[in-house]
Design a protein around this ligand. Structure first.
Ligand SMILES: NC(=O)c1ccc[n+]([C@@H]2O[C@H](COP(=O)([O-])OP(=O)(O)OC[C@H]3O[C@@H](n4cnc5c(N)ncnc54)[C@H](O)[C@@H]3O)[C@@H](O)[C@H]2O)c1
Length: 282
């Protein structure tokens, strides 16, 4: 997709962080936007800001874990704009810090419902339209670390992001061979300055936190705050992502210094060695 002017771009998790930066930059390129997020107020503020700058924006607040709502959104986006050219499945949440033994079924349903089923719900209803025209593109926000290794204290997130990159690879292979082809990009950010630490505020009401005491070790919270303070800006991640979509590249690797993680998993598996990284402190 060389030119975004007039193209219709769907972005999930658009109200904050990387999604918001993607919306702002694509609006500046002249794209028409279909935005969704679970946070109604921040989404409405963004819609008003972008519309004020002259962008054509359709926005709706709902939970991307809800397939019926996702289908209704897709129907309404297609009837509003007439088509869709780019879908960016970006919404994500985490229970980072919670040891596996403390996780409830609601934690698993929430994180996989948002990060895995949310990706499927974002893409599936638009696939026939995307595949029925020239120049369509799909992007999935995976993770530069957790798509390539399971780290301690982040079980549901790592499971969801491994699944997300796997689905992106499948789509890449299938849709490169389709006629006409559809481009696929996997956005794999390292630590990024966003509002990710507020994930818990985005739990849908039907999947409440069942923990009776704080399951996150305080030392882990301190460590995470330090790591997060060092993150790349969401603007920079969005800039690199839009370049990759423009150039039809699969990988967006914002922190190439993390490359040894994917390499280690591949090498360990090929040699049938125990996992060499992903342990606390490694
Ligand atoms: N921030 C990082 O360090 C980092 C690193 C790697 C990958 N990522 C991934 O980047 C993507 C964007 O996250 P971010 O870093 O911009 O964080 P963010 O929390 O600022 O943005 C995520 C957005 O998703 C929305 N959201 C959450 N649950 C939702 C739901 N059920 N339905 C609809 N919207 C929902 C949130 O309200 C928020 O606006 C996520 O998939 C995340 O996993 C982030």
């Amino acid at each position: 997709m060389k030119d975004f002017k007039g193209r219709v771009a769907v972005i999930t998790g658009a109200a904050n962080g990387i999604g918001r930066a993607l919306a702002e930059q694509l609006a500046a390129e002249g794209a028409r936007l279909a935005l969704m997020d679970i946070e109604a107020d921040t989404l409405e503020t963004l819609r008003a800001e972008l519309s004020g700058r002259g962008a054509d924006v359709f926005a709706r607040a709902f939970d991307i874990g809800d397939f019926e709502a996702s289908e209704a959104f897709a129907r309404d986006v297609l009837s509003h704009f007439g088509t869709v050219n780019l879908v960016i499945a970006n919404a994500g949440v985490t229970t980072v810090g919670r040891p596996a033994v403390t996780l409830s079924i609601n934690d698993w349903r929430w994180v996989l419902g948002t990060n895995l089923f949310g990706v499927i719900h974002a893409i599936q209803p638009f696939l026939p339209t995307l595949m029925g025209q020239e120049g369509s593109h799909i992007a999935i926000t995976a993770s530069g670390v957790c798509s390539f290794t399971g780290v301690a204290l982040n079980g549901p997130y790592c499971a969801s992001k491994a699944a997300a990159i796997s689905y992106a690879e499948t789509l890449y292979r299938e849709l490169a061979a389709a006629n006409p082809p559809v481009g696929v990009t996997a956005i794999c950010p390292g630590t990024t300055l966003a509002t990710f630490q507020r994930s818990e505020e985005r739990r849908p009401a039907h999947l409440p936190d069942l923990a009776e005491t704080d399951p996150i070790p305080p030392v882990f919270r301190e460590m995470l705050a330090k790591i997060r303070a060092d993150g790349l800006t969401s603007d920079e991640v969005a800039r690199q992502s839009i370049e990759a979509i423009r150039e039809n590249r699969f990988y967006v690797i914002t922190h190439p210094e993390n490359g040894h993680i994917a390499a280690a998993r591949g090498n360990d598996a090929a040699a049938a060695r125990n996992p060499s990284i992903g342990l606390p402190g490694s």
